[in-house]
Design a protein around this ligand. Structure first.
Ligand code: SPV
Ligand code: MG
Length: 547
């Protein structure tokens, strides 16, 4: 067996993978990125390679695309991009940041940092962006060929690639000049040529590709001739297409819109559901990995929170949508409700999440979520399910219904309280006809703006389906936090109910009423909206809008 046949052989380097992409018969697409996060997003989108655009990196740094950022500043950005990704990166190296000697050093540094390839253009340092009217004078052909040769002689990774970018058409020097230069750069060792054009039609590009006849791979940048169907380039035998600046432009448009809206409205309410949520932000940088590492490397004095999600019921009102899964596994905008819920709980610091499943429990299979089964789910209620996870009612706990969605700050609000049993209630009065079975709460005080601003809890006096507004002050949203003492009270009450055979049909509100009767003092923290539950098709439609 040869080494490369061995299953444990190390994967090919990024430089090798880029070389393979350049030389294979299929068309390759490189997507622009300009920092660590955009590079990661490009990889997550499924692209096989990244274009580290000079225009985009400069603009993201707030400087002009004319070598205002120094080459070491660009290199630093590249290092972040390489760290957040595994796919090959082609750096837009402008003119090589100086003469052959500066370029040699750049190539060496790129090889050290795992950058797969560099593209240099045959213009004069400092360059200007090819789409501007400024000076687009071309470098001397033999000087530029020497630069390519110096780069090739300095690469420390044998698969590193140098793409020679031809600016003859940009500079108005014509096709013959472009072809002559392509020939010279190819002879100097360039692994591919990039032919650039600022025309809105692809004619000169296709003409070049035809004349060039694939003597080495051809790379193109259809920023201006974007209306040409991609298949025309595929059929012409182009090797690689660069989508050159569209992540930068997308982010500028999005940031502008959000800034203007927040400025106008002096509030975040109008944008909260339209921007990436914080869990997404944390996930993109692998924040949870640090939490895992902390367990290994730090003294163990973290806050521990167990969560129990009650998700045994089918959700009959959702009819055929729950034919093969419980309602908590219904997909809402690409993810089951339960997955979002578990992610919010994890994100709030609850490492230990247990779901009590029942109906079609086999459909529940989520990473990092422990599953216990209430096999009497058809004939029992919420407390019988909760009792199945009684071993988790230790220390600080969260109990959540499995069909709810909420903004993450609602969880933060509840976790910021100190009481032993704290429920979250929505004080924005819903239409009672639409929510006939709401669990309404009456408290020591109705919700005031002060309660919402300072997250002050109030005492819970009564919880019941029988309450009605205005005696009721809010609707329990299906989330409760227990302190270690609160968890102990709940566990003791569950075993007392089990002993007296009073548990089978009992609900969470029954439990809370019993605890009040025994002298416990549950509290309520108010929210105003920012949550919903999914009971029927209307709930599902609202959930889609909510996300
Ligand atoms: C870049 O992305 O910086 C490029 C491509 O060089 S272009 O702006 O199209 O010239
Ligand atoms: Mg550029």
């Amino acid at each position: 067996m040869t080494i490369t046949d061995s299953p444990s052989a190390t994967p090919p380097s990024r430089a090798k993978r880029f070389r393979d992409l350049l030389t294979r018969p299929e068309l390759t697409f490189l997507m622009e990125a300009h920092n660590g996060m955009s590079a990661r997003i490009v990889e997550d989108a499924g692209f096989e390679g990244i274009w580290a655009s000079g225009l985009s990196i400069s603009t993201a740094l707030g400087v002009r695309d004319r070598n205002e950022a120094s080459w070491t500043q660009v290199l630093e950005v590249l290092e972040f991009m390489a760290d957040t990704t595994t796919i090959p990166i082609l750096l837009d190296g402008d003119t090589g940041y100086g003469d052959f000697n500066n370029f040699r050093r750049l190539v060496k540094k790129l090889c050290q940092r795992g950058v797969a390839a560099v593209c240099i253009e045959d213009k004069i340092f400092p360059k200007t962006n090819s789409f501007l009217d400024g000076d687009q004078s071309l470098a001397d052909i033999s000087e530029f060929s020497g630069k390519i040769k110096a780069g090739k002689d300095s690469q420390t990774d044998q698969d590193f690639s140098i793409v020679a970018r031809l600016e003859a058409l940009i500079a108005g020097r014509g096709m013959e000049e472009a072809l002559k230069r392509a020939e010279a750069y190819h002879a100097a060792g360039a692994d591919a040529v990039l032919i650039h054009s600022k025309k809105s039609n692809p004619d000169e590009i296709l003409h070049f590709v035809k004349e060039w006849g694939n003597r080495c791979p051809v790379v193109i940048v259809p920023t201006m001739y974007y209306q040409t169907p991609t298949d025309r380039f595929r059929e012409a035998g182009v090797s690689t297409i660069i989508w050159a600046n569209h992540n930068l432009r997308a982010s500028l448009a999005a940031m502008r819109e959000v800034s203007l809206k927040i400025k106008q409205e002096e509030s975040l309410v109008g944008i909260e559901g339209r921007v990436a949520n914080l869990t997404d932000v944390f996930d993109l940088t692998g924040t949870r990995e640090v939490a895992e590492a902390e367990k290994r490397y730090l003294p163990d004095n973290r806050r521990r929170i167990s969560s129990i999600i009650l998700a045994a019921s089918r959700g009959k009102q959702l009819a055929e949508l729950t034919h093969d899964r419980p309602k908590c596994m219904i997909d809402v905008r690409g993810e089951p409700i339960l997955k979002r819920l578990a992610r919010s709980l994890h994100g709030a610091g609850s490492d230990d999440v247990t779901v009590v499943a029942g109906y079609k429990h086999e459909a529940i299979n989520l990473p990092d979520v422990r599953k216990v089964i209430n096999d009497k789910h058809e004939s029992t209620g919420e407390l019988a399910s909760l009792a199945c996870a009684a071993d988790r009612l230790k220390g600080e706990c969260i109990i959540a219904y499995g069909d709810i969605l909420f903004r993450d700050h609602v969880l933060g609000l509840m976790l910021g309280t100190k009481g032993d049993i704290v429920l979250v209630a929505d004080a924005s009065k819903p239409d009672p006809e639409q929510r006939p079975s709401a669990d309404l709460v009456a408290c020591s005080s109705p919700c005031t703006p002060d309660h919402l601003i300072h997250d002050q809890p109030v005492d819970l006096i009564e919880i019941s389906g029988g309450l009605s507004w205005p005696k009721a002050h809010g609707e329990w949203i299906g989330l409760v936090r227990l302190s270690p003492k609160g968890a102990e009270l709940v566990r003791a009450e569950l075993s007392a109910m089990q002993e007296k055979n009073e548990i089978a049909q009992a609900s969470m509100p029954d439990l809370i009423r019993r605890l009040i009767a025994k002298g416990a003092k549950p509290q309520v923290v108010y929210t105003s909206g920012h949550w919903l539950d999914v009971n029927d098709a209307f709930g599902l439609a609202r959930a889609r809008n909510f996300l």
